[in-house]
Design a protein around this ligand. Structure first.
Ligand SMILES: [Zn+2]
Length: 534
């Protein structure tokens, strides 16, 4: 996840109110879709359970409402429990999605009303009267511009799974099918989910559904292929001022570099889902990301290439390789982990590094970005009050970035990224350039991206194996304590120094290549920033 700025929704609401009033009374005829979506299930063992089928209709988008009809199998039980999540993976904040659910009713397939009772904020109980399936009808209000909520406006909809789909409260891996009915004038919907037809999708389980945001509207769709796999850049909103060609080329270059680094593209297709709208921020998913971007071109076609590179890198680091607490998920309870410095900070380290290795930014730009990163950390009083491990553990009671406004906290994005830089330099220096943090990440990815994630000790063990030395003290000092970080390995291995600039002496952390940098140090610096090889 990356969030940029705060108070985005307040700033946006005034624009919305003014902008969409004009079209409020525009007549929109519907593309009529059947309420029941019948799908023949493949015989795979995981799909023996009957699917829950949702028909989502966007009738009058300017009202910010979705109509949802769901057919929910009951297994013949007399009562069933239904639920909605209270959080979304990657966004470490408890949210109240159920508050936007309206007019919830349950009935038999023949239309006889059934008793439905809200037992908790995000849970319901239905008495089925023995019906093999029930029909749920409800509406969802969505007018928020965050990457975990819904925004339904006159010309597009950004839909997320957690705030949209009520499901059975169960552990089973049950398929969930979704059909999106859009108003005339809109084209269709796209998502990382498996396509069953135009605007029709299947998720093999609820977690996949929650992990797959959907864009609907008149979509701007661009495509490139890497390793034979299709990558789509799908956007909604006002693209005026966006250099699409350069933007797509930049993403392709980054994907190619990532494939070289990680050795594979672990998906059938990948979607960059872009909402061009005020604000900023992105959220990672297994084969897509949803990002809020302003349509201003930067040097590579994006003002936000770094954001998109960060979210893409997450498909390896956090969506697959992950702390043991982060998946499979319990959507009714928030998971607590001390390892977000790896999941977020090291993700930022590698997205910045791979952008440099891919030539998407110069070495000078990269060193300048490290200067401000290190400067931000070394000027933050919270670094001496809270360890980066605690920052991660306490994120749920804080804010979704682990940073409280009271300046008593440290950012696991910021310090985690610096720790990536320092641990990499330490391993390179200790092994005289034979090994690096790159191998740590690849070995950890090999071991801990499947059914089970890593514990802090397991991640340290992988690092120690590559470094061929005991790193207990380094992890204790850097991760679990508030001691000042030691930059010696970093400065010595690459031949860098911190210099005062702009007339400031104290608190200045501008990095510069030393004038007496040796040939070996020059080589070390070049090796670090050279394109990935395996
Ligand atoms: Zn992130």
């Amino acid at each position: 996840m990356t969030s940029i700025g705060r108070g985005v929704s307040q700033a946006a609401s005034a624009i919305r109110a003014a902008g969409f009033a004009a079209v409020a009374r525009r007549h929109l005829s519907l593309v009529v879709l059947p309420v029941l979506v019948v799908v023949s299930s493949p015989p795979a063992a995981a799909q023996r359970l009957d699917p829950i089928s949702y028909a989502v209709r966007i009738v009058q988008p300017d009202t910010h409402l979705l109509d949802v009809d769901a057919v929910v199998p009951t297994g013949g039980r007399q009562t069933i429990e239904l639920m909605m999540p209270v959080w979304s993976p990657g966004y470490y904040k408890v949210e109240d999605y159920a508050a936007n659910v309206r007019d919830l009713t349950a009935s038999t397939p023949e239309g006889a009303p059934l008793r439905i009772e809200q037992t908790e904020k995000s849970r319901w109980r239905v008495e089925t009267r023995g019906s093999r399936s029930i029909r749920l009808s409800y509406r969802v209000f969505g007018n928020e511009r965050t990457v975990t909520t819904n925004e339904i406006v006159a010309d597009y909809a950004v839909l997320n799974g957690a705030p949209t789909f009520i499901t059975l409260a169960e552990q089973a891996r049950r398929p969930h099918d979704v059909t999106i009915g859009v108003p005339a004038g809109w084209q269709h919907a796209m998502s990382g989910l498996r396509d069953l037809g135009p605007s029709r999708f299947r998720a093999d389980d609820y977690e996949t559904l929650v992990d797959s945001p959907i864009l609907a509207g008149t979509l701007d769709v661009r495509q490139f292929r890497v390793g034979g796999k299709p990558h789509y850049v799908v956007s909604v909103g006002d693209t005026t001022g966006w250099d699409a060609e350069a933007g797509v080329r930049g993403l392709q270059t980054f994907v190619e570099e990532s494939r070289r680094f990680w050795g594979e593209l672990p998906y059938d297709k990948y979607l960059f889902l872009i909402a061009f709208r005020p604000g900023g921020g992105g959220l990672e998913h297994r084969n897509s990301n949803l990002s809020t971007v302003v349509a201003r071109s930067g040097p590579r076609g994006w003002a936000s290439l770094g954001l998109l590179a960060h979210e893409y890198t997450h498909l390896y680091n956090v969506k697959r390789l992950r702390p043991v607490e982060l998946g499979p998920f319990d959507f009714g309870n928030a998971p607590v982990t001390g390892s977000l410095w790896i999941s977020e900070g090291v993700t930022s380290y590698y997205s910045g590094l791979l952008m440099t290795r891919a030539g998407l930014q110069s070495s000078d730009d990269y060193l300048a970005s490290l200067s401000s990163l290190i400067g931000n950390l070394q000027n933050a009083p919270g670094r001496l009050l809270q360890s980066v491990e605690r920052s991660s553990l306490e994120v749920w009671g804080n804010s979704n970035s682990g940073v409280s406004p009271a300046a008593t906290t440290v950012s696991y994005y910021n310090k985690g990224n610096v720790l990536g830089v320092l641990l990499d330099a330490r391993i390179r220096r200790q092994t005289r350039g034979r090994h690096s943090f790159d191998e740590v990440m690849r070995l950890a990815y090999e071991r801990y991206s499947g059914a089970r994630g890593f514990t802090p000790a397991q991640f340290r063990e992988v690092a120690e194996r590559i470094a061929d030395s005991d790193l207990t003290q380094w992890f204790e000092d850097s991760v679990s304590s508030t001691k000042e970080l030691d930059y010696t390995d970093f400065l010595e291995w690459y031949g860098l120094e911190f210099v005062p600039s702009g007339g400031k002496i104290e608190g200045n952390w501008t990095l510069r290549v030393r004038s007496d940098q040796t040939a070996a140090q020059r080589r070390n610096l070049a090796d670090w920033l050279a394109p990935s090889t395996r």
